[in-house]
Write a protein that binds this ligand. Structure first.
Ligand code: GLC
Length: 525
């Protein structure tokens, strides 16, 4: 890693590792750090620039680790702090940066602060949370009627009669970001990980931290008493000062779900976060007009603040895009498909291959969710009694189908993931989707990703401009020499004049580009 790539986050390929499901080395059916270290070669061969590690801290796992009991250690199910440090070092040796996930909106109800707060109404730790008396004569009505992010109510009553706020599950009490100790604690946590050589922080639920202290109800003219309050920017300005004090190559990457692009861009001002996930793109339907509008909206919003764009197709919270793109409604969903919506996996795979070339050649950074490079689809056949996601109990959706352990080798589950029973079942059909089965097969998803990432390193992508090839075709140039063409129409199209095809997401039809197929072209000058 040289000096001149100090702004690495601007165009990196960042791979999300979901540690429970990457690889299990200790044979308990749950992935761990030793498993990640043993299979780091997969990421080196894929050519990614950085790993974003979903939470690996001690946690009762009420929300798969997004309920953190101690931000300065590792959950024994995943390993030890020494192993985490060794992984950071080994990743760096392989030229891969490390991003850890910090969850500032809430902590686990097993965190010492919350245990102290519950132990006595007079404990100073109470002020680190949102404890409030109830409404009504007996205080037995919740302080507000806010609906939670997972559905359901947002207050739980304690033994002494008061209520505490949790925008997610009751095991995830919200922190009070108006308290200076909370701010100081998180700055210290950032330093803890930066001191260990970590290159970036992914910030969970970044827009939620502050709450209107008056606790107004959610009304049409005040829909956001706990979302995107202006004061949150001061928090990120102070985090930016912490990050910058490490020489300018540490990145802050926000999970900011925000329909209003101007409000979204506020998080990316030069003294705040370096980047944020593009959920607009993730949620966009497979539709040329909508995709083009989304790309334009993204580029415009980021240009205003000079921030790099990001392109994200899947993550651990949403239906895998092979499945989404194989449905009639291709937009975003959190789903376990209990209603049996038909899915055409062949079509979804074809589109996902085209989307890989699209997302890897648009300007900015690209995020890959583990298994996307293997062409995995959502496991929609997990029996509900095996669901572990708390969203299932509260909202009737489960995110487990996108969290299924990766298939590495062999013809049968658990496909080299573990020697035990994996914590979620893998589809038998994944025998063709193992990393082993795909390696060396030029028509595989894995080799497509490897080739695309390798080419992306050697191509010098320059200025973006649209290429007009018809209403149902998404085509653009990156400078004079390179073009990406995605055929979203139902029929083959003629390719523009070009020198050579650098890479195609599927077989061409003579000189024509079949539907739901993309190519990278070297253009004639
Ligand atoms: C984020 C995470 C999600 C988690 C939630 C609460 O949205 O991505 O997995 O459940 O925050 O921490």
């Amino acid at each position: 890693m040289s000096e001149n790539d100090s702004q690495w986050w601007r165009d990196a390929v960042i791979y999300q590792v979901y540690p429970r499901s990457y690889a299990d080395a200790n044979g308990d059916g749950v992935g761990d750090i030793a498993g990640i270290r043993a299979r780091l070669g997969h990421l080196r061969d894929l050519g990614v620039d950085a790993i974003w590690m979903s939470p690996w801290y001690p946690s009762p796992m009420a929300d798969a680790g997004y309920d953190v009991a101690d931000f300065r250690d590792i959950d024994p199910a995943f390993g030890t702090l020494a192993e985490a440090e060794a992984l950071v070092e080994e990743a760096h040796e392989a030229g891969i940066r490390m991003i850890v996930d910090i969850v500032p909106n809430h902590i686990s109800s097993e965190h010492p602060w919350f245990k102290a707060a519950l132990a006595s109404p007079d404990a100073p730790e109470r002020d680190y949370f949102w404890f409030r008396p109830g409404r009504g004569e007996h205080g037995d009505e919740m302080p507000t009627d806010w609906r939670g992010e997972f559905g359901g109510t947002t207050w739980t009553r304690t033994g002494d009669g008061s209520w505490y706020l949790h925008l997610f599950t009751p095991e995830q009490p919200d922190l009070n970001w108006d308290h200076p100790d909370v701010r100081a604690e998180f700055e210290s946590i950032l330093r803890f990980w930066f001191d260990r050589g970590v290159d970036g922080i992914r910030i969970d639920s970044a827009a939620l931290l502050l709450k209107d202290p008056e606790l107004p109800e959610v009304l049409d003219d005040n829909p956001h008493p706990f979302h995107d309050l202006d004061g949150v920017h001061e928090v990120y300005r102070s985090w930016r000062r912490v990050a910058d004090s490490y020489g300018g190559d540490r990145a802050l990457i926000g999970e900011v779900w925000m329909p209003e692009v101007e409000r979204f861009a506020n998080y990316l001002r030069p003294d705040e976060l370096h980047a944020a996930f593009n959920f607009d793109f993730l949620g966009c339907a497979w539709d040329p007009r909508l995709m083009r509008e989304c790309v334009d909206r993204t580029l415009d919003a980021h240009a205003v603040v000079g921030a790099p764009t990001t392109w994200v197709l899947s993550n651990h919270d949403v239906t895998r895009h092979v499945t989404r793109y194989g449905r009639e409604d291709t937009t975003f969903s959190f789903d376990n498909n209990l209603d049996g919506t038909p899915v055409d996996l062949e079509l979804g795979t074809r589109r996902a291959r085209a989307a890989a070339l699209l997302s890897l050649s648009l300007p900015g950074a690209t995020y890959i969710y583990q298994g996307e490079e293997l062409g995995l689809w959502e496991n929609e056949n997990i029996p509900p009694e095996q669901f572990q996601d708390p969203m299932w109990g509260r909202r009737g959706h489960s995110r487990d189908g996108c969290r299924v352990p990766l298939p590495w080798t062999g013809d049968e589950a658990p496909f080299g993931f573990t020697t035990a029973t994996p914590w979620l079942p893998q589809p038998a059909e994944w025998k063709d989707r193992t990393a082993q089965a795909q390696t060396g097969d030029p028509s595989s998803m894995l080799e497509l990703y490897r080739s695309a990432i390798a080419l992306r390193r050697t191509e010098s992508f320059a200025d973006f401009s649209w290429l007009e090839l018809g209403r149902d075709v998404l085509a653009f140039c990156r400078g004079q020499a390179f073009a990406c063409v995605v055929n979203m129409s139902g029929a083959p199209i003629a390719l523009p004049a070009h020198q050579s095809v650098l890479l195609a997401s599927g077989p061409l039809d003579g000189d024509r580009l079949p539907p739901d197929t993309a190519v990278w072209l070297r253009m004639t000058s």
